[in-house]
Design a binder for this molecule. Structure first.
Ligand SMILES: Cc1cc2nc3c(=O)[nH]c(=O)nc-3n(C[C@H](O)[C@H](O)[C@H](O)COP(=O)(O)OP(=O)(O)OC[C@H]3O[C@@H](n4cnc5c(N)ncnc54)[C@H](O)[C@@H]3O)c2cc1C
Length: 370
């Protein structure tokens, strides 16, 4: 369909909202993004942008905006807690797409995404309070008293999505039984742990993990500890004792980081996801990103899925004869993939899961379509 006269209101200016705005505006849609925060903000942590996401950026003509603030990574290693190599994989689809995974700081990523959107497309300080499905249009009401109507409302409002709760599912997010403690600091303070651009995961028999993600372009490393815990508070208090105990018995250099790290820069979060949502769309409202399929971080696919939703939604609308048909096509193409990613992300990374996801530990095997 021709998107030139289509008005689109997007709730949320995270990765899903920003990429959907980019993809739909390139097709001519008249897009506005409404973000509750007064300005863009992100936690200190790194993420990996998979080849499939990099391919989307190339299609959108913004590859340079991403590569100029990220670092190409050759491969991904899984190691025992004390550093013995269990397996090394090249990033799936690297050769087919001619692009590798890029490691990036979350702040740099959102700045790059918002930086390629036209001035005024994103409106900060707009907290949506009510969404109303009017059939062929939908309305958003905001806390500041304003309202808008659009042909298409895209809910990119994250794991606790109000749009999802008001229209699609009132099931709350699910606690994983894990905490994640994340910090970004200079590679020089990593006690020799970081000497290249490989992404590494260290894991012990209790399921405690360290994700070590070099941010070479910044001269920093993202240090992400994930440990079992039964405390479900969203932002649990973190003590030195807890952090040190979490990595006890790991490589001595990892233990040393936990003893010396400035606790003031550590972001502490309980890990949550959601159960798959049966339906992602009506005739004029659709879910994207974490609002549709928040998943645990163990496969590093949350941000990538947001990017691929944006691409998938734009392609589906372009291929369809109407908005309603396009939204149905989008769900049919994307939901089976994200349902599976939610499932394997929940299964974590014990030895059985490694075998499930990478059968035979083949170097080039893709975990699932990404
Ligand atoms: C520390 C960390 C590390 C991660 N690492 C990786 C990784 O390596 N690879 C990966 O692929 N994924 C990773 N993830 C997951 C990834 O970050 C998420 O999947 C991704 O942020 C989802 O993007 P989103 O835009 O859907 O949601 P969000 O990023 O949550 O954005 C939602 C936006 O909507 C806004 N909003 C919410 N409610 C309203 C409202 N009522 N009105 C207006 N605006 C509203 C919010 O303020 C926010 O800006 C990580 C997550 C975290 C926290």
């Amino acid at each position: 369909m021709d998107l030139n006269n289509l008005t689109v209101a997007i709730v949320g200016a995270g990765y899903a909202g920003a990429t959907t705005a980019k993809a739909l505006s390139l097709l001519g849609a008249n897009v506005t993004v409404y973000e509750q925060a007064p300005a863009s903000g992100e936690v200190g942590a790194g993420i990996g942008l998979r080849p499939s996401s990099m391919d989307a950026f190339r299609r959108w003509g913004m590859l340079d905006a991403i590569t100029s603030v990220s670092t190409p990574s050759p491969s991904f290693e899984i190691l025992t807690a004390t550093g013995e190599l269990i397996m090394e994989m090249e990033w799936p689809e690297k050769h087919e797409l001619g692009l590798t995974t890029h490691l990036i700081h979350r702040r740099d990523f959102i700045d790059a995404l918002l930086g390629v959107l036209p001035e005024g497309m994103v409106r900060f300080g707009y907290k949506m309070t009510t969404v109303t499905d009017l059939g062929e249009r939908a309305r958003l009401d905001f806390e500041n008293g304003e309202s808008v109507e659009a042909d298409l409302v895209i809910a990119a409002d994250g794991i606790s999505s109000l749009v999802r709760r008001q229209i699609f599912s009132d099931k709350p997010p699910v606690f994983s039984g894990e905490h994640a403690y994340r910090a970004v600091f200079p590679i020089a303070d990593a006690h020799g742990l970081v000497t290249d651009d490989k992404f590494r995961m260290y894991i012990n028999e209790l399921g405690s993990k360290l994700y070590l993600l070099p941010l070479g372009r910044r001269g920093q490393v993202s240090f992400d500890v994930t440990v079992p815990s039964d405390d479900a508070s969203w932002a649990p208090a973190l003590t030195r004792e807890t952090l040190v105990a979490a990595m006890a018995g790991f490589d001595p250099r990892i233990e040393e980081v936990t003893r010396t790290l400035d606790l003031g820069i550590v972001n502490s979060r309980a890990a949550y996801d959601i159960d798959p949502v049966d339906t992602w769309h009506t005739g004029s409202v659709a879910l994207v990103g974490d609002a549709a399929h928040a998943m645990l971080h163990h496969q590093g696919q949350g941000a990538n899925s947001a990017v691929l939703d944006a691409q998938g939604l734009a392609d589906a609308l372009a291929d369809a004869a109407s908005v309603a048909e396009g939204l149905a096509l989008y769900q049919a193409r994307r939901k089976p993939i994200t349902d599976e990613l939610q499932r394997i992300s929940r299964s974590g990374w014990d030895a059985a899961a490694i075998d499930d996801v990478f059968p035979g530990q083949h170097q080039d095997e893709s975990p699932v379509a990404s």
